[in-house]
Write a protein that binds this ligand. Structure first.
Ligand code: NIG
Ligand code: FE
Length: 407
């Protein structure tokens, strides 16, 4: 496959940096008026149209006026769920807070009840619809969490469904065990944590169902001490920490992430200088989920302060039925720019190379690099790449290519 006359080939990097941080995030490498050759599923060559070699290809795509991007990488989602929660949406409109709805048995427990009563095949079919939806939005790799099962059987069911999405669609999938998402009504927190640590984690590891271990470190959910215990228990089974931290309050989750060497700490709507400082010089990717701040009406993460501190930032959707019912990375770019004052270049770096780091798919996704599988999308005709966050609400993705094949 040969793509010709590309208006801008975006995020071209040969030097394979592990991530882009601080002031460097303002730079986005783009080759204008360019070509890209895909051979045997891999990115074989690219460059300026002025130097296009005499390549023959079975499929030649004319991308005049269009941009070519590496696929978006969505490093934080809860894509597997049984049902949407519009009734809570209305409660929220009428003034109830996320915590109040959760305390009434809504929220995560509501999703768990519905998921427990849904068969594995049915759950897969419902998730598949969302998987195809995000593919059409330009996402090529996605992290998917459990956490709506809350029993061993149902957590395993969720993770099997998530893995099957990776097998039966062209998406690259990484999975995360989030047993410590909420405490079921019929048990105590102590008993539940005991089953997460001594029953669920070993069962998840036995079936090789997860890459990461997560916990909802938040007031009313799990404390930093409890989160740390769960992270350490997961690590014993080879699961790397990836933590829900500082969403509704300054929870101490960021510090636990640093202490347990998490791959990422996610949310960060509530940050203070201490939480920013503790991330400096670590390998932990701060991951912002502005869809949740938008939907819940909380404050947005202080992205500029974090960039000024030299930190890298990643940007993901948090796609879930309770706090972020949206899997569209393009809209996250808009929220990053409009509400967090990130520039289009910073937002694009955050949603590609930096999310690839946050789910360890940098060898296959996140940049246009020779030798990587062709995971990319071609836009419609648009005036500039900044048009993508600017035109919030429109669909800019026209053609999706995953693993070298047109989808
Ligand atoms: O990332 N914060 C915890 N978990 C999800 C929301 C879960 C839900 O309300 O269903 C989140 O926002
Ligand atoms: Fe989440």
């Amino acid at each position: 496959m040969l793509i010709k006359n590309i208006k801008g080939l975006v995020q071209v990097r040969e030097d394979k940096p592990k991530w882009i941080a601080g002031a460097d995030m303002a730079q986005l490498p783009v080759i204008e008026n360019s070509f890209l050759l895909v051979k045997d599923g891999l990115i074989a060559d690219y460059g300026s149209m002025d130097n296009l070699p005499d390549y023959s290809a079975d499929n030649v795509i004319d991308a005049s006026g269009k941009f070519v991007f590496p696929s978006f990488v969505d490093s934080h989602t809860h894509l597997v769920f049984a049902a949407t929660r519009e009734e809570e949406f209305v409660y929220k409109i009428k003034g109830m807070s996320y915590e109040e709805i959760a305390a009434k048995g809504g929220g995560i427990l509501n999703s768990a009840r519905k998921l427990q009563n849904t068969s594995e095949d049915e759950l897969f079919e419902r998730t598949l619809v969302r998987a195809n939806e995000i593919i059409s939005y330009g996402t090529g790799a996605v992290e998917i969490k459990s956490g709506y099962g809350l029993t061993t059987k149902d957590e395993l069911k969720m993770l099997r469904v998530a893995k099957r999405i990776g097998e039966e669609t062209p998406l690259t999938v990484k999975t995360t065990f989030l047993g410590a998402h909420a405490v079921p009504k019929e048990t105590t927190k102590e008993k539940y944590l005991d089953s997460v640590i001594n029953e669920m984690i070993p069962a998840v590891a036995e079936e090789k169902l997860a890459d990461y271990i997560d916990a909802f470190c938040e007031k009313g959910f799990f404390s930093p001490e409890e989160t740390e215990k769960v992270m350490e228990a997961g690590k014993k089974y080879g699961l790397k920490p990836k933590i829900h931290a500082n969403q509704l309050s300054i929870s101490g989750g960021v510090q636990v992430g640093v202490k347990t060497k998490a791959i990422s700490v996610d949310h960060l709507e509530a940050m203070d200088q201490q939480a920013i400082d503790v991330l400096k010089g670590t390998d932990v990717m701060p991951t912002l989920l502005p869809g949740a701040a938008f939907y819940l009406g909380t404050t947005y993460p202080p992205a500029r302060d974090m960039l000024n501190a030299g930190l890298p930032l990643a940007l993901a959707t948090d796609y879930n039925p309770g706090s972020a019912p949206c899997g569209k990375m393009q809209f996250m770019l808009s929220l990053a720019c409009i509400r967090m004052k990130m520039t289009p270049e910073e937002a694009i770096n955050a949603a590609t190379i930096n999310t690839a780091y946050a789910m360890e798919v940098g060898d296959t996704h996140g940049t246009i690099t020779k030798g990587k599988p062709a995971n990319l999308f071609i836009t419609k005709e648009i005036p500039s790449y900044a048009f993508i966050p600017y035109s919030f609400g429109s669909d800019v993705v026209e053609t999706v290519i995953l693993n070298g094949k047109l989808v």
